[in-house]
Structure formats: structure tokens, C-alpha cells
Design a protein around this ligand. Sequence first.
Ligand code: GLY
Length: 590
Amino acid sequence: MSDRNTPRSHAKPACRATLSRRTLRWYQPVLVVAIATFGVLAYAQDTAAPRTATTTTAAIASANALATEAGFETLAQGGNAVDAAIAVATSLSVVQPEASGLGGGFLALIHDAATGKDTFIDAREMAPQAVREADYRKADGTPNRDTSLHGPLAAGIPGMPAGLAYMAGKYGKVPLAVSLRPAIRLADKGFHPSSPLVRSIGREAEVLRRYPASAGKFFPGGKAPQTTDIFRDPGQAATLKAIAERGADGFYKGAVAKELVRAVKASGGTWTLADLASYQAKERSPIELTYAGYKIVTAPPPSSGGVALAEMLNILAPIDLKSMDEAHRIHYLVEAMRRAFRDHNEYLGDPDFVKMPLDMLLSPYYADGLRQSILPEQATKSAWLPSVHAKDPGMHTTHYSIIDKDGNMVSMTATVNTTLGSGFVAGKTGVLLNNEMDDFALVSGQPNAFGLIGGSANAPVGGKRMLSSMTPSFVIGKDRLAVIGSPGGSTIITQVFEGILAFIDGKNAGEITAQKRIHHQFMPDRVDIESGSDIPADVLAKLKAMGYEINDKDSWGNMNVVVWDKTTNVKSAASDPRNPNGLGKVETIH
Ligand code: GLY
């Protein structure tokens, strides 16, 4: 698509082509953890195709150092990138429960170095069969934000345990008993809670204290934990052991399932044993596209992320961003974001339930039309483009990026939705349930926690998966590749978009995670610019003169990136500097 003929006016937009590198001034230099390796490369022929390589190092970047170390422990036990991802996921369930866990779900891309194939694991939560829209409305018909965000009605049937068991069985090398060992140890023996966990517990205290099992888990001895305390999670340790012994059945059938259903029903939820027994992780084909000679592999529905990313990159494909001054570069990025988000909620939902015009949305010809509607010197008003509306995005969820020594790769984003999910721990299981039901369009025309408004394509139906913005991705070039993703609700999509552009511009993992962010999501019709950005005042003035509302906004996202430069055979891993608890690390595996 990048080499297709496109209208001249868009190939060279009507802006001053100063060739200025000021466009990149808002990227900040950062530290990168990188270790050179001297393994033997065995390149395949195709330039942009994934290439098999043998190295001695593996790279993991996650939002918590204990989880990154758990991944390396599993690699040292003979595991591959998939096993390491399982160790990271389950460890984060223990040490970063505010973001993801057994009671939530995930979306993951896997690259199998032996076959060169990419695949996508959909372990998204699903609605219980008895879901009723009325449960999420007050008597006057207005949205009931409490039931959609708190307690068991807010929780979809979890996908994480099934997804991990599926990945281990089909793509892993070691049993779950090995990959779950670090998480079980962390839950049994305890750990020092991170400051974000301590802060999250404080912020959600009112909701957590409503439910005895939540209060028991998060306020041991009746007190909020401090970072110097040892925090143990014996309930979750027992559930992890059941999964380690019996795979998915350890969670979805038997004693754990009975306790989950008992606890949910006792607090007003509708889950049944049949809901749990029927949950299945699904393997789907990823979305693939090319941009600037790079192959992008990304998330298909039930994520909206890959479709939106493809739309944005297709819109920009023939535009020479490098030749633009900074104001025009931002202008084109924002107009691409605006148009992709207009479609985001309009068309997309669970592919097993709704028909989506994916051929249209992913088509470069469709993008040509969208590009032609961009005014070269003026902001488009979202109101001029008929459609849906949105408000502030949130910052939760977690992403990890992994490349093992054999070149297997995992890009995985996991979530319980908003901070500490529904706040509801299901009885003795120790499992904190998600509040992912809020990602459905529960009340038509009303925004969810991320300000996203869906239509009928994302209406709740028993057994259906709610739309996600999670966008785990691979960016694969001739010489370099990146494993990339981030949390942040609707901002995930624009973070990954800007991260991909930075990678293609030659940035390393640390620079990609650290660069300042901008975001536009159609509605509200404004450009969020991350506080501390070094976009010069004259550029902001120019954008305002074009008609943009500029909003200075506190930081968002928590990106974890791994980059592999095959020309030097150096892997680098970086965790978002906005999160002091993250760790990107490269290590030699013996
Ligand atoms: N719960 C956030 C997302 O999946 O987009």
C-alpha cells in the first residue's frame, strides 16, 4: 500500500516542506537496556518477512521487575517465549493485580520462529448467558455506573486461565507446573507491594471494603498495605496451584469454579457453572499490513486496535511526514487518529457475533478517501464527520513484550479493565474479577469508562466478547523488528501508532517508550498533549490557528517494548519510564 499511486496533493501535502528534524523534538532520550549478542543468524530470503535466528539472549519488558524476572526464570528452565509470557502473566496477576490477572483476560500475538508463522490468541472475557441490559440502568433509564464498574455484575467470564492453558499446550515447551511456579511462590511467600498497587488500593478502598473477600485480600489485618510490608495472597496461590495441576479445568470446572459461582451469586451476579465450563480461548488470524516497507502484525477483533492502527497507517502511507514541519506532522497524525476513531466504535464487535466491513476498513482505497477529506491547513471538526462520541481515556491494563533466544516472540496485553477491576474478589479463590462488562455498549449512546460509545455491534449478549482497544503488535523490517504494546484504554491505539512511527524512524526501545505522546479519539474533539512535551510554543500556536483545541494532559500509558536489530544481533528491552516498577532486560540464556 505504501507504494501505490495516490493523489499528488497528498503525496506532497500543501505544507512547508522544510525537511526540519524538529518534528522529532518531542521524543526524549532515555536509557536502554541492551546487551550485544554473538549468535549465528540464519536469515530467510524475504526482506520484510520474519527471519529465524539463533542467538544466546532473550529480552523481556514488563511493567513489574518481579514479573520480568519470573519470565527469565522460566526461560532458564527450558521454556520458550510463550512459557515466559505465561510466567509474566501469572506473576503480574499476583504483583500487579490493579492491572490484570486470572480474573481478567488478554490478547496476545505469538510468533513461532520455527515455522515463521504469526498467530493471535483471544482470551477476552465474555458476557454470562444471563446478561441483562436492565442491570446496568437505573430506574430512570440512565446508566448505572456502579453496576457496570463494581461488583460481580461488572465482571465478564474470565479468559486468562483458558488462554494461558491453550498457549502452553499448543506453543509452549514446559508444563504449567513450571511456568506458574514463580507466581505461586510470589503469592505464597509474599512480596513488597509496588507504590502503584498501594495507591490503587487506597483509591479503590471504598469499593474493596464492600466485599469481605476483597477486604480480606487487600487489607490484611484490616490495614492498607505499605510498600515496606510483605503482601501474601494464599487464596490466589491455591487457585494457581489448581491451574498448574489441571490446566484450564482447574479454574473453569471443579472446586474453584463452584466457589467462583457461589461467591458471584451471593453478591448479586448471574454467573453459572455452565458459563464457566463453556468458556474457550480462541485462536484467530492477526491483521497484517505493510507501512514504509515494514510488516505490521497486530490485533484483529474483538480488538478495535488493529483495525484503527491499520486505518491510521493506511491514511498516512503516501504522506511524506519527514518533509513536514512539526505542526503539519502533528496535524496529519491527529487527522488520521480522528478518522480511525470515528469508525472504531461504529462497526466493531465480537467477530463471532457481528458482521464487520473489515475489507472496507482495512482497504488502502478506503484510506485514500479518508485522506482526501483532510484539509491541508485546517483541523477537521469531528462534528463534521457524523458518528459516535467519546470522553477521557483511562490508564490501566498491562503489556509485556518478549523475544526468546530462538526468535520466538510474544506481544501480550492483559487486563481486568479499570484499576483493580470490579473490586470484587470471588470468595476463597483469591481471584479479583474484572469489570470488563463496561467495555460493552451497555446503554446505547452512553460512554464507557474510556469515553467510548459503541453501537449495536458491541451490545452485550450472552457468550459474546466485549470490544477491546488492546493492540499487541509486531513491527518487522528487513533489519530490525519490534514487539510493542501498552495499556491505556482508547489511548493504547494511538500509543502503539506513535510507537510504530518512532521505531520506523530508527528509535530504540528506550526512546520509543519514553517519547511524549499525543492523542485524539474523535470525541472529545481535542488534541491531548502529554505534560512536559517539548513541542515548541510556536508549533502549538500554529495548531491552534488551524482550529485545534489543545489539552495539556498528565502522562498516560505504560509501554513495554523489545527491539531486535538483526544487523548487529543486539536485542534491547525497555519499560516505560513513567512506571518506576517496570523492567526491560536482556539476558544470556544458557
Ligand atoms: N479494558 C480495556 C480494553 O480492553 O480496551
